[in-house]
Design a protein around this ligand. Structure first.
Ligand SMILES: Nc1nc2c(c(=O)[nH]1)N[C@H]1C(S)=C(S)[C@@H](COP(=O)(O)O)O[C@H]1N2
Ligand SMILES: [Mo]
Length: 331
């Protein structure tokens, strides 16, 4: 069968990127399967008012792809919530929605990533840190996690497609990892790479993408106190569709920066290229920050839609994190 180039879903406006066939929404789903079944499956979370309680972190969800077969870090949860990031201006997104509506092109270009992750292997995960550092190392992920200062933080998250969520991540500051490897003074950037295993991630068989996914930050961005390496969400290990075993979270930038399932981090002197910038350089800039006043070439960024409630909110400059990051971009 010939390959048909289907335009990547998240390069088109949200209204067209999420047809009902891809994501019928929680309410549609409940209508389809019925409330009784939903109750039996433990799907009540977030259904009642459509809002979730910020303090009710661990809520039941259906099996949506997992790392559970090899969980060796379950004892680390829940991690202590960092009080500096313990409140948001909006309710947390339901765990159900956050695990059913994802972008993970290695798996699929549609939002129902959770359906296609069963072959994704997350055991024996390693992460290599190399390049311009005094102590290049290959870390076994369990050892790394156990030696890092784990904490929980509530962050807003904003995709360039104009959908948004608010979630509790578990992880550690990127700069704690940098301290371990000691960047040389010549290091100016960080390049991050996702795994490449097409037999486990069906989307990686699409030859028109330059796999594996790669992203980059300036060293100043990577060292910012907000920048997290996340290993968990909603008080448990990351499900596959959210980027197990370890992913980046850069809450003041569009979601494409927050690269999932990282296997390699390299410190460089030159600005690294990035997956989406190489695909469409006028749309997904290396330096772009969440900004309501800079429209995407094909749609406005002035507002965002919460994925669980459908509520629209005004987009905030730097996604509301200006006090932490605005100084990085002073010219
Ligand atoms: N490796 C990899 N990382 C990725 C992506 C991807 O396709 N592959 N998508 C990015 C985009 S566009 C977004 S919005 C976020 C989505 O994270 P979530 O699915 O956990 O909400 O992951 C980012 N990280
Ligand atoms: Mo995104």
């Amino acid at each position: 069968m010939p390959f048909i180039h289907i335009p990547p879903g998240w390069k088109i406006p949200e209204s067209r990127a999420t047809p009902e066939t891809v994501y019928i929404g929680l309410r549609g789903f409940l209508k389809t399967i019925g409330w009784g079944v939903a109750g039996a499956m433990g799907l009540w979370a977030g259904c009642g008012s459509g809002k979730s309680n910020p303090d009710a972190v661990a809520t039941p969800i259906p099996a949506t792809g997992s790392t559970a077969d090899v969980s060796t870090t379950g004892d680390l949860y829940p991690a202590r919530r960092n009080p500096r990031f313990g409140r948001l201006d909006r309710p947390l997104t339901s765990e159900y929605s956050a695990s059913m509506y994802n972008n993970f092109y290695e798996v699929t270009t549609s939002k129902d990533v959770w359906r296609y992750v069963e072959r994704f292997q997350t055991h024996s995960w390693q992460i290599e840190v190399s390049g311009l550092v005094e102590k290049p190392q290959v870390f076994d992920i369990d050892d790394l996690i156990r030696s890092m200062p784990l904490e929980e933080r509530l962050y807003r998250f904003r995709c360039v497609e104009a959908w948004a969520m608010a979630v509790p991540w578990t992880g550690f500051p990127f700069r704690a990892l940098l301290d371990r490897v000691q960047p040389k003074s010549s290091a100016k950037y960080v390049r991050l790479l996702t795994f490449f295993r097409p037999e486990e991630a069906p989307g990686q068989n699409a030859p028109w993408f330059p796999w594996p996914y790669y992203e980059g930050l300036t060293l100043a961005e990577a060292s910012n106190e907000l920048t997290l390496l996340a290993i968990g969400i909603y008080g448990r290990e990351l499900p596959a569709q959210d980027g197990a075993l370890i992913r980046l979270v850069v809450p003041w930038k569009y979601g494409y920066k927050s690269i999932k399932s990282i296997v390699s981090i390299e410190l460089t002197a030159e600005k690294p290229s990035t997956f989406w910038n190489d695909e469409a350089s006028n749309e997904y800039d290396f330096d772009a920050n969440v900004n309501p006043y800079v429209p995407h070439p094909r749609w406005s960024q002035a507002r965002e839609r919460m994925i669980d409630t459908g509520e629209f909110r005004d987009t905030q400059l730097y996604n509301g994190y200006a006090p932490y990051v605005a100084h990085l971009y002073k010219t």
